[in-house]
Every structure is written in structure tokens, then in C-alpha cells.
Design a protein around this ligand. Structure first.
Ligand code: 6R9
Length: 574
């Protein structure tokens, strides 16, 4: 059972593209959103056209589309520049016989060429498959093999991780920044781009033609290729408008890499469909660097993840000395539960409400969110998007009443819902095992006001002495303790209690991992949450295992604990 929460941070109606949530829900029709698109009459669509060319066509070609920086480069591109670069790249692919429906993968760090090539792939109707630069040989091979990718764009530093000889379907490798002496059989991005024509007629597609594939790891088996189609743009556009609250003069920064769905749906599609300036920062996370990115670019809307906010919080207020974040007007989070403590800290330090959003690779776009105009209950994921119906179901598919913990489910279908799992129909069908519903695999409850509260992945829910405990509540209480930087909580099998709660904790700067501190932390949870939710075991770790998208990998913690194989680790950080 969930607990009753009373803390509320009031909504800000005055600055919102959706001033009244209840009315927006009541009046909602997807078709009203579709009317916005150039294809509404013809039915012939192309994401790259809508996100780029259309702005040029409608007179916004000179507007800045991309503000890129890393330690070495600092570049700015207009929508007209993006159009030209993506046209050229589309022509490069066409020259090699690549076209509609072909899978073209990208394996490179965030830099402008990644974005140009991704748009070029979409222009010709091919399906883009972005991969994290951190993937090692096997991870790269698994994805290219399963998808049957015909071409790959990569960089010299990563090329040796691509076992071309083992991938008969991979006909072309295009190397970005390879200079003049490139291995035979490998194409130079720069030479090909120079030789290609700057004009191109996009491939006109149907709404159910392919767009993008993201591989996502489950706890067992190989990663699954989650396949999305053009129709998703309806929801990318709409959520960009009412959740990211984008207006044409915004400077928007999504910190995610395109190897993660957030880095494409909200790092590429939503901002450019809404015609805003998109900030991309290359390189790794550091508090100073991130704050400077906001200040230097005058970022107004910022979308990041709990892990980053926790790290910024851990870096302390000192890291904010001399930085001016006053350009910010809207801050959002995704990827993991957003601890109430982080929300309070955002209010205090940034003077910003951090808006949690819930969705998944499979859902393609945001589904349950906190909207600028709506009250925030810290720790809640918010309410379903207008047009979306969410519920908590038991395992038989019965809708459960408020405060009962169960399967978080979404009524089918919505525009950005995955269209298939590549080569794995059985896996796809598992998500829809209860007729009319998509079963997310997350455990949650809904309160009497219709706010949803995340509890954990279904597999992570702990059963201790007959009580079901969501790891998130315990973790959130743990990070309220001044010594705790991050916490991951698992159920550890126990003969008398079924499971006991075990917490893995990384400490903040300046704290020593002592037995006394363990006791103090356990007592803190007991006093602040409940006795049955207090960890009976605590283990300090320098770092918790996380995915590249910043999720604490509880299944890895559990595998460590039980000395079991940890399953697919291809997305683990470092
Ligand atoms: C977009 C993305 C999906 C899983 C999801 C859930 C967790 C995402 C969350 C959240 C609590 C939130 N998750 N957002 N949990 N609160 N606001 O993250 O996609 O990488 O596929 O992960 O992430 O467990 O099921 P993906």
C-alpha cells in the first residue's frame, strides 16, 4: 500500500502552453494535434522534413537550430544548415543504394555529424539505430547483427570495436574525422559529403513506416530492438509543446545521449518539431561544465535525469559560486524516480520546480508527467498526458483502487507506442498480455487525486514479512540523510522474513564508511519512514552500478549479493 502525501508545490498557470490540465484532457483529440503537420491532408510524412525542412520552407531557415560545444569545438547551425547537411548525407546513402526501410546505425559520441547523419538517414526513409559510444565489441555486434544494419557511421577511435568480417549484411562503414589515410573499403564522411549534392527530395512515407530503433536491455536475454514508426512524431510534437512547454524562442538543453531514447525523442525530435534552438554538449558530466553550459547558452528549458541532479546536489552549493542560472524557466527529469529531496533542493537552489516525467523506450514518448501549470507532489511522476489513460492493474488485469500497488499499465494505443520488437514477436506480445493494455513492467500506485507514484520495477519490489515494499521509497529516505549520495535497495532472501531490505550506499564527500554510520542511517529510515522499511543490511560502495542513461542497476546489485550472473551488462557505465 502506498502512503498518503501532503507536500505540494503549487503549479504556475501563468506561463504554460497547457494552462488547464483538466480541460486539456476533457477536450483532447489526437486529430487536433495531427492538423498541425504538413501531411495532415496527404498522409505522406517524413520526420526529417517536419523537424528541419519545414522550418526552412516556412521562413525560419536562418534561425539557430543547433548550438554545439565540447572541449575543442564550438559551433552553431541554422535550420537551413541542418537541411543542407542532412540532404548531403541522404544523397551519400542513396549513392550506395541505401533507401527506405534499410537500417543504418550510428556509433559515435555526441557531435554535430551524429545529428546530420541521423537526419540524413531519416530523409531517405531509412531507419536510424543510434548506439552509445561506450559499447564494446559484443554489444555492437549484437545490435548490428540483430537489426541487419547495412551501413554504420562511426569514428576512428571506435572502428576497432566493429567486427565487420562477422557482419555479412553490413556493406558500408562511413568514418567521421578519419583524415586522408582511411583503410580500403571504408568511406570518408568528409569526402562523401563534399561530393554530394545539397538538394534532395525526401522519401515520402506512411505513418506506419519505420523511424528509429533503440536497443534496450532486459534482465535476461539479449537486448531487444524496440522499433518505432513515423506516427510517433505526433506525440513528440505534442509533448514538446505541453510537457517541455517549448515556445519558438526557447533555448533548450536535453542532456541525454541519442544512444538512449531520451536523446532522440527529446534530444532531436520534440525540440526540432517545435522549431526551437537545441543545445548539445559533448563530453562527460561535470558540475562546473554543466552549469557553464546553461549560463553560456542562456538555456531556458532543461531536461535531465535524477542521477545528474543527485550528482549536482552532491557537489554542493559551492559548485554554484559565480554561476548565473537565471535564464532557466522550466526544468524536467526522466529515467529514474525523482527523489523528493531532489525536488526540494531544486526549489531551494535553482528556484525551479523539477518536473518529473515517466515513460520508456517502448512507449516512445512521455506518458505520465508533471505539467508546468499543475501542482507537484514531490516523489510523484504526475498524471497521464491528455489523450492517455493509465491505471494500476493486478496480475489478472483488474483495475485496482487508489493506493493499491500493482502493474502500471497504459490503455492501448497511442501514437508513439513501439510498433514491434525487432525479430521477437513473442517478446512484443508479452507487453500486451492483458487485452487492451500495455503492461509496463513498473510497479506503482495512484493516489486519490490521480497522481501516480513509482515503486520500482515489478521484479524489484521487495516482500518482507508479507509487506510489499517499493525500493524507491526506501532509497528516497536514504538520500535525505546528509551522508548519503546515492542508494540502491534490494530484497535479499531471508529464511524467516522471505526477504530483508539491503541497501547499497555511496557516501558524499567527507563521510567515512563506519559501522556507527550504518546504524545511524538505518535508524534514520526507521524514524522517518517505518520500521519495516528500514534496511537490515547496509553496504558502502564507492560507486553504484549504473546504466549509461543513469539508472541504478538493482538487478546487478542483487546478482552481486547472490553471486549470480548479472545478465546483459552492455549498457553499464564504464
Ligand atoms: C525514458 C526512459 C524505462 C524505465 C521505466 C522506469 C524507469 C523512467 C521514470 C522511471 C520512475 C520516472 N523510469 N522514468 N522511473 N520515475 N520518471 O527512461 O526509458 O531507458 O527504456 O527506461 O525507466 O522503470 O520502466 P528507458
Amino acid at each position: 500500500m502506498g502512503q498518503v502525501h501532503s507536500e505540494i508545490i503549487p503549479g504556475r498557470v501563468e506561463q504554460s502552453n497547457m494552462p488547464d490540465y483538466a480541460r486539456a484532457r476533457a477536450d483532447f483529440e489526437w486529430e487536433d494535434i495531427e492538423r498541425h503537420f504538413s501531411w495532415y491532408e496527404t498522409g505522406k510524412v517524413n520526420m526529417a522534413y517536419e523537424a528541419v525542412d519545414r522550418h526552412v520552407q516556412e521562413g525560419r531557415g536562418t534561425q539557430t537550430a543547433l548550438l554545439y560545444s565540447d572541449a575543442l569545438r564550438q559551433e552553431s547551425y541554422t535550420f537551413a544548415d541542418l537541411q543542407e547537411r542532412s540532404n548531403r548525407f541522404g544523397n551519400v546513402l542513396r549513392k550506395y543504394g541505401i533507401g527506405k526501410g534499410d537500417r543504418v546505425f550510428i556509433f559515435m559520441p555526441r557531435q554535430p555529424e551524429l545529428y546530420f547523419s541521423l537526419l540524413g538517414i531519416l530523409k531517405i526513409g531509412a531507419i536510424a539505430g543510434p548506439m552509445f559510444e561506450a559499447f564494446m565489441e559484443t554489444a555492437v555486434k549484437d545490435r548490428l547483427e540483430d537489426s541487419g544494419a547495412v551501413a554504420l557511421i562511426t569514428t576512428p577511435a571506435l572502428l576497432h570495436r566493429v567486427k565487420k568480417e562477422e557482419l555479412p549484411e553490413l556493406r558500408h562503414i562511413i568514418l567521421v574525422g578519419g583524415g586522408s589515410d582511411i583503410e580500403p573499403g571504408i568511406l570518408s564522411y568528409e569526402e562523401e559529403m563534399d561530393a554530394a549534392a545539397p538538394e534532395l527530395t525526401p522519401e515520402w512515407l506512411g505513418l506506419d513506416d519505420g523511424l528509429i530503433m533503440h536497443y534496450t536491455s532486459g534482465s535476461t536475454g539479449k537486448p531487444k530492438g524496440v522499433y518505432h514508426v513515423q506516427r510517433a512524431m505526433i506525440q513528440h510534437y505534442y509533448t514538446g509543446k505541453v510537457v517541455l512547454d517549448l515556445r519558438s524562442d526557447d533555448i533548450y538543453w536535453c542532456t541525454a545521449d541519442p544512444g538512449w531514447v531520451t536523446g532522440t525523442s527529446y534530444g532531436i525530435f520534440a525540440p526540432w518539431l517545435n522549431g526551437v534552438t537545441n543545445v548539445i554538449r559533448g563530453g562527460r558530466f561535470s558540475p562546473q561544465d554543466w552549469y557553464q553550459t546553461i549560463e553560456k547558452n542562456q538555456v531556458t528549458v532543461w531536461y535531465s535525469a535524477p542521477t545528474a541532479f543527485r550528482m549536482l546536489m552532491g557537489a554542493g552549493e559551492g559548485s554554484l559560486q559565480g554561476v548565473d542560472l537565471s535564464s532557466l524557466r522550466h526544468v524536467l527529469s526522466v529515467g529514474e524516480p525523482l527523489n523528493p529531496e531532489v525536488v526540494r533542493w531544486g526549489e531551494k537552489i535553482y528556484h525551479q520546480r523539477i518536473h518529473d516525467t515517466w515513460w520508456m523506450t517502448e512507449t516512445g514518448a512521455q506518458l505520465i508527467c508533471n505539467y508546468p501549470s499543475m501542482d507537484i507532489k514531490p516523489g510523484s511522476m504526475g498524471k497521464p498526458l491528455p489523450g492517455i489513460e493509465a491505471a494500476i492493474l493486478d496480475d489478472k488485469g483488474q483495475v485496482l483502487p487508489p493506493y493499491a500497488m500493482g502493474n502500471l499499465a497504459i490503455k492501448t494505443a497511442w501514437p508513439s507506442m513501439m510498433s514491434s520488437i525487432w525479430n521477437n514477436q513473442a517478446k512484443y506480445e508479452e507487453y500486451f498480455r492483458i487485452p487492451g493494455w500495455y503492461i509496463s513492467g513498473d510497479s506503482a500506485y495512484m493516489d486519490e487525486d490521480g497522481y501516480f507514484w513509482f515503486q520500482g520495477r515489478i521484479d524489484d519490489v521487495i516482500n518482507s514479512s508479507g509487506e510489499r515494499i517499493g525500493p524507491f521509497e526506501v532509497e528516497s529516505k536514504l538520500v535525505e540523510h546528509p551522508a548519503v549520495a546515492e542508494a540502491g535497495v534490494i530484497g535479499k532472501p531471508d529464511v524467516t522474513r522471505g526477504e530483508i531490505i539491503k541497501a547499497f550506499i555511496s557516501l558524499r564527500e567527507g563521510y567515512e564508511p563506519t559501522a556507527a554510520l550504518k546504524e545511524e542511517i538505518a535508524a534514520f529510515v526507521k524514524a522517518g519512514l517505518s520500521a519495516h522499511a528500514a534496511p537490515r543490511e547496509i553496504e558502502f560502495k564507492d560507486k553504484l552500478p549504473k546504466t549509461r542513461s543513469g539508472k541504478i542497476m538493482r538487478r546487478v546489485l542483487k546478482a552481486w549479493e547472490l553471486h549470480l550472473p548479472a545478465g546483459d551488462l552492455s549498457t553499464i557505465e564504464d
